[in-house]
Design a protein around this ligand. Structure first.
Ligand code: ARG
Length: 469
């Protein structure tokens, strides 16, 4: 290999070597090696661009492309090669490896370009792929919701607000509610991928490239749909990573809400679900325990995802416009949040699919007569009573039943009529969980027909999105 003072990418103007501990502190290869496949793809596109402007001859281009292929191959077959490398970052790693194979020709590839644009381009490509991978996990979770919602169309449950019994709904309604939120997350993921989809190559360090490279051709070769518009903005911008972390935070927040519901549902007080053994753990002391650890951990790990978003926001706040070394701190948060999310979605999908719902307990809770109080008020409204008055009259019925120590539906009609003569013979027989649910036929309501339509729509949107990718 030809010798330079040392193999750093920037050593020429320095008298002294960096302090050893500072040197370790400033290196990024330990984590940015993950960008290697993207770096190599960008190098290939750049080599072609340089040939296009006459910096590389045909032969030099061919040699460089072959050397890049060799690097890609060795990187997958020889893990020790990467582990033992002393490169400062992924950019230097490839350059060193090129020079090792090609001699000084290896140095030629960095003509007209900067690590500032390279790292921005690699990272954008990573985010696009990452969003695609998480998208698959999210679609699998959505399929599990569709299956569970379809299988539980006949099961009523006590819908709650403020954790108090409110109105009867179908279990499917509850499941579709969660699915709708995850469907919006899917859109946010797609938006994040779209915001990363612009190629910075050709922006140089800040000012743009001095050689008339074909930026659009480079973008096309790398699979971007367009180029970035302003070279200075391109090396400063990490919004696309924020968008990605925001999308992940949305998913995590919705997972943690689902988790909280299921932790409660698994408690003896609710007993709405049977936890799958495969996603639960026991106690080292109490033999009877089956703990909802998968949901607790999903809830707990959400903190890491939102922390990654805040961490990047904090890094970016107040940075001067342009590339600053602070930006090197963008990657680890994104990598960690991404890996965590892949596991979270895998676990959530598996646990949801394997969860058994206790129709008996759900049904028993839905049979609490208090849940029908709103329907009683609606009955009076249909007889011409203004709703506020109807609400008040039903309140009186409830108070009377309370006084007598019975469920209000057990009060004889005569007693009800004392409160309002508008209660007719048809009132009590018409009052049931089934009727309350069946009456909510508006689109988005909990009636079985509305839910069948909602599930079909959900499935259709999911298939549309899956076919798009
Ligand atoms: N490791 C750096 C990063 O991740 C690469 C860019 C370095 N650029 C520079 N001008 N020092 O941001």
């Amino acid at each position: 290999m030809p010798q330079r003072k040392d193999d750093r990418l920037w050593g020429g103007r320095f008298e002294n070597a960096p302090d050893a501990r500072f040197d370790a502190f400033q290196r990024s290869f330990a984590f940015d090696q993950r960008l290697l496949p993207y770096e190599i793809a960008v190098d290939r596109a750049w080599a072609k661009a340089l040939q296009g402007v006459g910096i590389f001859t045909e032969a030099e281009l061919r040699q460089t492309l072959t050397a890049l292929d060799n690097i890609a191959e060795r990187a997958t077959s020889d893990k020790g090669w990467i582990a033992s490398s002393t490169a400062e970052d992924v950019h230097q790693f490839v350059e060193n490896a090129l020079v090792e194979q090609l001699g000084p020709l290896g140095w030629k590839l960095h003509t007209g370009r900067s690590r500032n644009e390279l790292v921005a381009t690699d990272f954008r490509l990573f985010v696009i792929d990452a969003a695609g991978d998480v998208r698959k996990g999210l679609c699998a979770l959505l399929h599990a919701f569709v299956l569970q919602a379809g299988a539980n169309l006949k099961v009523p449950m006590a819908g709650m607000t403020h954790m108090q019994h409110a109105q009867p709904i179908l279990l499917s309604h509850f499941l579709v509610a969660h699915a709708e939120a995850f469907l919006r997350d899917l859109k946010r993921l797609e938006n994040a991928a779209a915001s990363a989809d612009a190629c910075p190559m050709g922006c140089g360090a800040i000012a743009g490239c001095s050689f008339p490279v074909d930026r659009n051709a480079i973008a096309r070769e790398l699979g971007f749909s367009k180029i970035t518009s302003n070279s200075l903005d391109s090396v400063s911008d990490r919004d696309f990573a924020l968008d990605y972390l925001f999308a992940l935070s949305g998913i995590a927040t919705h997972l943690s809400r689902l988790a909280e519901d299921f932790v409660l549902f698994a408690s003896q007080e609710f007993s709405y679900i049977i936890l799958p053994d495969e996603y639960s753990t026991g106690s080292s002391l109490m033999p009877q325990k089956k703990n909802p650890d998968c949901w607790e951990l999903l809830r707990g790990k959400t903190g890491r995802i939102t922390a990654a978003l805040f961490s990047l926001f904090t890094t970016l706040k107040g940075l001067p416009t342009s590339y600053q070394r602070d930006l090197q701190e963008d990657k680890e948060a994104v990598f960690a949040a991404h890996d965590q999310m892949e596991d979270m979605l895998w676990v959530a999908e598996g646990a949801l699919a394997a969860t058994k719902f206790r129709a008996d307990h759900l049904c028993a809770a839905a049979s609490n007569p208090a849940l029908l109080a709103t329907d009683a008020a609606d009955y009076l409204v249909r007889r011409g009573v203004p709703f506020r008055q109807a609400h008040d009259l039903v309140g009186k019925v409830l108070r009377e039943a309370d006084k007598q120590g019975k469920a209000w539906t057990q009060l004889p009609l005569a007693e009800l009529r004392k409160i309002s003569p508008l209660f007719g013979e048809d009132f009590l027989p018409g009052l049931s969980v089934e009727n309350a649910i069946a009456g909510k036929v508006v689109p988005g309501g909990t009636a079985e027909s509305s839910l069948r339509a909602a599930i079909a729509r959900l499935e259709e949107k999911l298939t549309q999105r899956e076919n798009k990718s």
